[in-house]
Ligand binder design. Structure first.
Ligand code: CTP
Ligand code: CA
Length: 220
């Protein structure tokens, strides 16, 4: 077992990490969300704390336990996550958007439980802000990390996101595989960086991937 705490190479660095899923209400008893459990974001927070970082972990609903040493800020909706991230961004050295953010929200969540009526019904959804895209336009000293969840054309889709969102590192995930990713303790990812060749990180623990992400950022 590796002892990550020996290194103090993130000492004093201010690091904000988002984790898990956001949840968008439909009515008081129903919501829209996705399969993200927060394991990758929590592994990042744990690794950063062990290496001496000052960590803010902004997390959607999750069953995971907070690592002592990180400040946990819990959110539900994308709008709430956006507000927290915007609030802290200017003071941060590193921001990692590991959360699976809901791209849309219900336009007008119902105040009361929606009753069933006709055979067909539809919900009107409106686009949420793209938090990472906004950070990419205003970053200064910050190192910015994004994730990409793809079910097809992994490298081309993820490379597009790396460029559009102006990130220093994009971690590309194939979420079509059931042996890795959502809910799993393991993942296989590809690191994409501007003007560098893609680097495949073979299937390994999320702890190990977290370690490699910070190693990569510190080498910049
Ligand atoms: N992201 C974000 N705000 C959003 C949507 C995504 O900050 N409203 C961030 C995610 O946290 C992730 C990155 O953007 O770091 C890519 O998310 P992903 O869902 O893979 O890509 P999208 O840009 O949302 O595009 P699409 O879902 O259409 O593939
Ligand atoms: Ca998305």
């Amino acid at each position: 077992v590796q002892n990550f705490s020996l290194k103090q190479d993130l000492y004093g660095k201010k690091i904000l990490i988002t984790a898990g899923r956001t949840v968008e209400p439909i009515d008081p008893v129903r919501y829209i969300t996705n399969h993200s459990t927060g394991k990758m974001g929590f592994a990042l927070a744990k690794n950063a704390v062990a290496r001496g970082g000052k960590v803010i972990l902004v997390a959607g609903p999750t069953d995971l336990k907070i690592e002592t040493g990180a400040t946990l800020i819990q959110v539900q909706t994308t709008a709430q996550m956006d507000e927290v991230v915007e609030h802290y961004f200017s003071e941060m050295d590193i921001v990692i958007m590991a959360a699976a953010v809901s791209d849309y929200r219900v336009e007008k969540p119902a105040a009361q439980k929606i009753k069933k009526h006709s055979e067909k019904m539809s919900l009107s959804l409106i686009k949420n802000p793209d938090i990472l895209l906004k950070l990419g336009t205003k970053k200064q000293k910050q190192l910015l990390v994004g994730f990409a969840a793809e079910t097809q054309h992994l490298l081309s889709n993820a490379t597009k996101k790396m460029k559009e969102k102006n990130v220093d590192l994009l971690v590309a995930n194939d979420v079509s595989r059931s042996d890795i990713g959502f809910g799993s303790d393991q993942n296989e990812v590809t690191f994409l960086q501007p003007d560098k060749k893609p680097r495949l990180i073979k299937k390994t623990s999320k702890e190990e991937i977290a370690e490699k992400i910070f190693d990569m950022l510190l080498s910049k």
